[in-house]
Ligand binder design. Structure first.
Ligand code: NAP
Length: 279
């Protein structure tokens, strides 16, 4: 494995789709040199696009790309993971860390397919990572150390929050931060629709809803105050906000969110079991 001038291991991103591009961009922001990052793609057009946009190497097939990499990031669709592991198993540099963002593919699948002792880290990212506001959970495999987790944290720093969890917690993480952006978009859409119903133009209602959700999240993050405290602060006795929140309760919105998260958790577990059974 070649050491680089920045002190970071060479990185290979396998699969340059939506998440793969976010990973390439995050590595460059985190200080990786463009000459030390390779990305692989099935389509030559997409590969060219990525090398033009980021200056990274993109023409190598997977085995060649991983040969000199100390950090291998897998960002193909979950069903393509076994094929990619079979391609790279014989080409991995000794000591290379394999990191995967593929949803629902258990660590055991990687550890079985790769040479004994290969350190693997699973990541559950979410789409706000594309704008540096993501929330990612990272779970270590049997051979991943604290140093490996620290390397993943450095590599992902530009994507937003990164937290360490155990693999058994990833189904719950998937239900909250993985699927969570869809719940937030659902709320934004509902608020905007309500604004239209009350006479605002769609554009104005949408801009107000987006800014309100964004601002509320920023306030919660910056103050660290409990959401109930923040909610009480905008709810004067007998006022408009308590009247609105009472309707959310009456319509079971809280229970709906809990049921949504439970369904996503159970589905994530089912998909993980199916991936294990296929292996
Ligand atoms: N997007 C998200 O919000 C999100 C969130 C959490 C986790 N993830 C995970 O991230 C992974 C990637 O998702 P994505 O949304 O980025 O998918 P995507 O846009 O389809 O990207 C996957 C890319 O990999 C390419 N590819 C396919 N086979 C390949 C191979 N053998 N070698 C190299 N590249 C290959 C695909 O090319 P072709 O299109 O030509 O096949 C495609 O460009 C998935 O496993 C997903 O579970 C995504």
């Amino acid at each position: 494995m070649t050491q680089t001038t920045t002190g970071q291991p060479r990185a290979a991103v396998l699969g340059g789709g939506v998440m793969g591009e976010a990973l390439v961009s995050a590595l460059l922001t985190a200080g990786w040199d463009m000459d030390d990052v390779a990305v692989t793609e099935r389509s030559a057009i997409r590969a060219n696009e990525l090398s033009t946009r980021y200056g990274v190497r993109s023409a190598d097939p997977n085995p060649k790309a991983v040969r000199s990499a100390g950090l291998v990031l897998i960002s193909v669709k979950p069903q393509v993971v076994p094929e990619v592991l079979a391609e790279i198993a014989g080409a991995l540099a000794p000591g290379a860390l394999v990191v995967s963002v593929a949803a629902g593919v258990p660590l055991a699948v990687y550890e079985r397919a790769l040479p004994e002792g290969t350190p693997v880290v699973r990541v559950m990212p979410n789409t706000p990572a594309l704008v540096g506001k993501g929330a990612s959970a990272i779970a270590p495999g049997r051979h991943a150390t604290d140093e490996h987790l620290a390397l993943v944290e450095r590599a992902l720093a530009a994507t937003g929050l990164v937290v360490r969890v155990q693999e058994k917690e990833l189904d719950a993480v998937t239900a909250i931060s993985g699927s969570g952006p869809a719940y937030a978009f659902y709320l934004i859409d509902a608020m905007a629709e309500a604004g239209v119903l009350l006479g605002l133009t769609r554009d104005l209602a949408t801009r107000l809803a987006v800014a309100t959700v964004e601002g509320s999240a920023a306030l919660a993050a910056q103050t660290g105050d409990h959401p109930v405290v923040l909610r009480e602060r905008v709810s004067s006795p007998g006022g408009t906000t308590v009247a609105g929140v009472a309707e959310l309760d009456a319509h079971g919105v809280r229970a709906g969110v809990v049921a949504a998260a439970r369904a996503a958790h159970d589905r994530s577990r089912e998909l993980g079991e199916a991936a294990r059974a296929r292996d």
